[in-house]
Design a protein around this ligand. Structure first.
Ligand code: RVP
Length: 493
């Protein structure tokens, strides 16, 4: 029988990293890491699977910056799968399965298609996929009759095309020589097999760290639950091309979660992450169920009230460390999820044993997060809420809530019987994600330099903590001074 009182629980504000011997320049540092057994990223950051944080726009932005977004699951299966699709199509060396349109479709149809997938033109094909022409914004811009068929406005064959398997340089040369923006790739019988765009080439240069799959498409994850059609949801996401599925619950050390991990894993070509847990036993149970990654965090979230409503949780640095003891032995990566407020907390999470961290409040204020900008007393905010808040768990009219089962409350008997474990609020507007990630990763790199860890694994191995008191914490923050200018990476919470 374990002792009634376990070890002392420590969190980010209880510890600092010791400066260690360092014989490197900050430029030598590699922030690459693993989300799960087979999914790699170039910066160790995930955006949270929350309805005010990660939809396709955030996921695209995260992957471009080198991290990854986990699409939330508080929406229908079709909508979530469509978001996976949007991320996978957004950018790559080549679109492998391009959207096409039939010649009899109307201009209006073409417009809708372009809007939905944020593209500027569509190849026109017959039912067998044979390329007939292409219709782009330029063909459509000066035509006011939206009922005209695409065949009358498209640029018909012969178009400049490439053969499947064309090299990057040859494709670039064709685009340049013919001053075109899109290069359809066709096989010997003229059937369209892919599409290369100038935009993708430019983006590839703009985002050198982008996290990509083996086909050059952006990496993306998506959350599923344990109740109802969770398994069908996982299948639909996999079908749409997701790189990993997260079985996303507030209590991962429960049979339902282990069973769901095992079930998805049993015939899945993609990695399955399980969570959340906060103990070594919890992590071990998910590893035994076959999880390829373990997500850690019970109660640290900025919008979370589990620790006060249920009195449950483990301070996050200790939780990560405990879970990592089981995970490291099994070679399974750990995601430290929730509670991070500053870039220094990322480094602390890694040294505690995490391979990557998941961020909610730090990213909810970005331009790319879902939701409107709010103006309050001349200041800009974006709304942010827990997935266990009343707002997220209540169905509103047409809009059904799918987040109740995260808190195992799908059968409580009506929305007025729910026991919330989260709150609803707002965070300051922070502008585009790129600038936010720049500060977070910049701070992490500074930390790696101080510790003397060139890579994430080296950081985990070499990092040591000093425990501090409340006087030490006070000394850590700016003190005895009135701040006159806002820093891009610091504000008092
Ligand atoms: P934070 O970054 O501190 O805002 O925490 C984000 C994390 O909080 C999420 O990734 C999730 O694990 C957790 N969460 C989400 N909703 C709730 C809740 O309602 N209690 N908690």
């Amino acid at each position: 029988v374990p002792a009634k009182f376990a070890m002392l629980g420590l969190t980010f504000d209880d510890v600092l990293l010791l400066p260690g011997e360092s014989d490197m320049a900050p430029g030598d540092i590699d922030t690459g890491s693993r989300i799960s057994r087979n999914v790699r990223v170039n910066v160790p950051l995930l955006s949270a699977a929350m309805d005010k944080v990660t939809e396709s726009r955030m996921a695209i932005a995260m992957a471009r910056q080198g991290g990854v977004g986990v699409l939330h699951r508080n929406l229908s299966i079709e909508d979530q799968a469509a978001q996976v699709d949007r991320v996978k199509r957004s950018e790559s060396g080549m679109v492998t399965d391009p959207i096409t349109i039939r010649p009899d479709a109307t201009l209006g149809d073409a417009d809708v298609l372009c809007g939905r997938f944020r593209i500027s033109g569509v190849p026109v094909t017959d039912d067998a996929g044979k390329l007939l022409g292409i219709v782009t914004n330029r063909d459509m811009a000066f035509e006011s009759d939206r009922d005209r068929p695409v065949r009358e406005l498209m640029t018909p064959m012969p178009l400049v095309t490439g053969k499947v398997g064309i090299s990057r340089n040859d494709a670039m040369e064709l685009l340049r020589r013919h001053k075109i923006e899109k290069l359809p790739l066709v096989d010997d019988s003229g059937v369209i097999k892919g599409l290369i765009t100038v935009k993708d080439f430019v983006k590839a240069e703009q985002y050198p760290l982008a996290a990509k799959d083996s086909e050059g498409r952006l990496v993306v994850g998506a959350a599923v639950g344990v109740a109802g059609d969770a398994y069908e949801r996982a299948q639909a996401l996999i079908e749409a091309g997701v790189d990993f599925v997260v079985v996303d619950t507030a209590h991962g050390h429960s049979r339902l979660v282990g069973d769901m991990v095992a079930k998805i894993k049993s015939n899945s070509p993609v990695d399955v992450v399980g969570g959340n847990v906060a103990t070594r036993d919890g992590a071990q149970t998910l590893i035994d169920a076959g999880a390829d990654g373990i997500k850690v965090g019970v109660g640290p979230g900025s919008i979370c009230t589990t620790r006060v409503v249920a009195g449950i949780g483990v301070p996050q640095v200790t939780a990560i460390h405990e879970a990592s003891l089981a995970a490291q032995e099994a070679g399974v990566p750990v995601i430290g999820d929730g509670g991070l407020q500053y870039s220094g907390d990322i480094a602390k999470a890694l040294v505690a044993g995490a391979d990557t961290v998941m961020l909610g409040s730090l990213l909810a204020g970005c331009e790319e997060s879902p939701g409107e900008l709010l103006f309050i007393n001349g200041k800009q905010f974006k709304s942010y809420r827990g997935m266990g808040s009343l707002g997220a768990m209540q169905s509103r009219g047409e809009q059904k809530s799918y987040s109740k089962d995260r808190y195992f409350q799908e059968n409580v008997g009506g929305d007025d019987k729910l026991i919330p474990e989260g709150v609803e609020g707002q965070v300051p507007y922070r502008g585009p994600l790129g600038a936010v990630v720049h500060q977070l990763v910049g701070g992490l790199k500074q930390s790696m330099f101080y510790v003397g860890g060139r890579s994430v694994p080296e950081m985990k191995e070499r990092g040591r903590f000093v425990r501090i008191t409340s006087a030490g914490l006070k000394e850590s923050h700016p003190h005895d001074v009135q701040m006159t200018t806002e820093a891009p990476n610091y504000s008092r919470r």
